[in-house]
Design a binder for this molecule. Sequence first.
Ligand SMILES: N[C@@H](CCC(=O)N[C@@H](CS)C(=O)NCC(=O)O)C(=O)O
Length: 344
Amino acid sequence: MANHQPLLLNGVPGSPYTRKMVALLRYRHIAYRLVPSSTGVPGLPTAKPHLLPTFYLPGSDGAVQAVTDSTPLIRRFEAEHTGRHVLPTEPALAFVDALLEDFADEWLTKAMFHYRWTYAADINKAKGILASWLAHPLSDAALQQYADMVADRQIPRLRYVGSNPSTQPVIEAGYRRVLTLLEDHLRTHRFLMGHRPGASDFGFYGQLTQLVQFDPTPMAVAVAHAPRVCGWVAVTEDLSGLEPTDGDWLAATALPDTLRSLLAEVGQLYVPLLLANASALEAGQTELQTHVKGAVWVQQTFAYQAKCLAWLRRDYAALPPQARATVDRILAGTGCEALFEGQS
Ligand SMILES: N[C@@H](CCC(=O)N[C@@H](CS)C(=O)NCC(=O)O)C(=O)O
């Protein structure tokens, strides 16, 4: 069903998922109205939990609903708006795209949150600027007070992403390695998915807007080691003038080694966490414990990531036989195949 009304959403520039979705809407030529505040839109419903971005979309009864979660929203917009699609047409490539999107949303965000709320320079920059994104102007004293409230709220939440002294080296080495692997890929390709962006491009873009353009510690790493990644993030913000064609997607049967290397990193950094999280939740535990790159990783379980794993498994189960064989060949030896072992 075509929807010609501009989509209404609420979000702020410091929210990686807001950036992901705004860049996607621009690329897709989907008209939107962004209400820039961290507190929702007065008079409209609030999502539970309140997350940024929140979209205000008609429900089946026509009443406006507050809708969150970028991954299913991207799929909804693919169905409701034609042209300039971000889900690759070839099922095997679409699967790789979904896996990389999930890694960006759920693992790379750990690096983003870790750097922002661990180092003094990052905390001091973020707390003042994030506090300024209330819907109304603040005096200096009120801004200072609100900035301290933001930091006092966010710093203890490092535990939700698993950032602590034992995981810090793994997160930071993982971030550097992801930058290097992206830099390698961008040496020969314009986007992760080839000559046009997939959903995974927007997932990486969203987190990287913060890591390479906002928070000073990870930004310095990127500027020193990954100039192409920095340039790519700047360009991906507005791809309204890109004219994609069907031939611009990668071919899953000839996936470049640079993307396979990225998948191997996903297999090491993210797959153990997804599996341990699902097992802990199944066992009714509130905490998961596993090893990532040899380090002990302990964190609170996260119901949303169990949903992510279920979505990936559902997509895997739905692959036509030939596409599944291609996916199996791509994933073999990357560590990602462990997500689908024993799945019919
Ligand atoms: N799964 C969601 C994640 C959205 C999310 O976590 N948003 C963050 C800001 S980037 C948020 O609103 N966190 C809750 C808070 O800060 O209170 C998506 O894909 O959109």
